[in-house]
Write a protein that binds this ligand. Structure first.
Ligand code: DOR
Ligand code: ZN
Ligand code: ZN
Length: 422
């Protein structure tokens, strides 16, 4: 036997498993679940306190490769993912050049092979992400792309977006939409409200997000197609999506831990590490996002892991938007939702592993005999402080810096191999 994981609380909502047990692994697959007395090449003892979930999946990260590898590359990004308990990620196409053709997709898959985890390139909606001409979706699909997005920007032309949603629905891809109206944003850099006024900086009106969320839903309705809404941050968007789901619209959505943890009060420090797009909003929004995760309106947790160099983040007003998140996502979610008694472990597995794979149209990863062994093995009670310098990512722009979190990934296992050990 290659690997024996003893005395772990294994939890998988797909099979109903939730018990302290042993998992044995051979040739990358789970060969038994249940107490056994055998030796193995490698033994991990969970001492009845470690928990195991199906390997986490983050369907929204930025690995900056090709082109901006001083911020992150596929190898360093994957190292951050592995440290965070992820055995798969989908990386956004706003690279240099953008991922709008098969050749760039191939480059990413080739780099991904060196990482030991799954890295899926998301393809662009429009050529060069210019919002003018649709990409060849059949070519992107043929190359292995599962989702398309112009993330970082909206597709401003609504008819072009309608065509993208319609044609990807036909060829089995999904549009993943960054909902932001640039005219309404109008140069704003943080949420528009009391805090932006107090700081004397231009605000991003929440209508910029709500308006495009409503537009994408209307477009999906018009072609009876699927659409996925990125990084939901407002109460308004949550309400629109909840109502649409109730009406049977094929809409799914995601949020990131910072949106249910923090508010724009963080910006009072004038620190660009708290700036991202969409921005941290108000307590009313934060509470609405949390509620929507718990009631299933929000399908999954992503990080929008968006590395930027320290020099770029040094000027509060001129810095680019984005925060790293792969190494704090599980801990922040456990701290905010699990340790407060608001949800159980199987809900964490659903929103961080099962649902994102489903939305991307990927094979499910289950903790079951005969299945590929991908696990996130974590200590739910491990208390630690987020020190950016200790992160594996090349960039240190963490919104959780200095935060004390409870819960830490200890081992990441992908295809039966230990790809990370704390
Ligand atoms: O904050 C963000 N940063 N939001 C995005 O949509 C893009 C991302 C980036 O690429 O840095
Ligand atoms: Zn985005
Ligand atoms: Zn993004």
């Amino acid at each position: 036997m290659d690997l024996l994981i003893k005395n772990v609380r294994a939890c998988d909502p797909q099979t109903g498993l939730d018990e302290i047990t042993d998992i044995s692994v051979e040739n990358g697959k789970i060969v038994s679940i249940g107490k056994i007395n055998r030796s193995a090449v490698k033994v991990i003892d969970g001492m009845s306190k470690l928990c195991a979930l199906p390997g986490l999946f983050d369907m929204h990260v930025h690995f900056r490769d090709p082109g901006l590898t001083y911020k992150e590359d596929i190898i360093s990004g994957a190292n951050a993912a592995k440290a965070g308990g992820f055995t798969g990620v989908a990386c956004m196409p706003n690279t240099k050049p953008p991922v709008d053709n098969a050749e760039t997709v191939k480059y990413i898959f080739n780099e991904a092979k060196k990482t030991g985890i799954d890295v899926f390139p998301v393809g662009c909606i429009t050529k060069g992400m210019k919002g003018e001409e649709l990409c060849d979706f059949d070519e992107l699909k043929e190359a292995g792309v599962k989702a398309i997005s112009d993330d970082g920007r909206p597709v401003e032309n609504a008819e072009l977006m309608r065509q993208a949603i319609e044609s990807t629905n036909k060829n089995g891809l999904i549009v993943v939409s960054h909902c932001e109206d640039l005219k309404i944003i109008n140069g704003g850099i943080i949420n528009k409200g009391k805090i932006s006024e107090e700081l004397g900086v231009k605000g991003m009106d929440r209508a910029s997000e709500d308006y495009i969320t409503a537009r994408e839903i209307a477009l999906a309705m018009s072609c009876n197609a699927r659409v996925h809404i990125c990084h939901v941050s407002t109460k308004g968007s949550v309400n629109i999506i909840r109502a649409a789901k109730k009406d049977g619209v094929k809409v799914t959505c995601e949020t990131a831990p910072h949106y249910f943890t923090y508010t724009d009060e963080k910006l009072l420090s004038r620190d660009a590490d708290y700036r991202m797009s969409p921005p941290l909003r108000t307590e009313e929004d934060r509470a609405a996002i949390e509620e929507a995760v718990l009631d299933g309106t929000i399908d999954c947790i992503i990080t929008d892991h968006a590395p930027h160099a320290a020099e770029e983040k040094s000027d509060f007003e001129k810095a680019p938007n984005g925060v790293v998140g792969l190494e704090t996502s599980l801990a922040a979610t456990l701290t905010k939702l699990y340790h407060t008694g608001k949800c159980d472990l199987s809900k964490i597995a659903e929103i961080m592993s099962v649902n994102p794979r489903k939305i991307m149209g990927l094979e499910p990863i289950r903790i079951a005999v005969g299945e590929r062994c991908d696990l996130c093995i974590f200590d739910p009670d491990y208390q630690w402080e987020v020190i950016p310098e200790e992160l594996n990512s090349k960039s240190k722009n963490s919104v959780f810096k200095g935060e004390k979190l409870k819960g830490k990934n200890i081992y990441t296992i992908c295809k039966g191999k230990i790809v990370f050990a704390l």
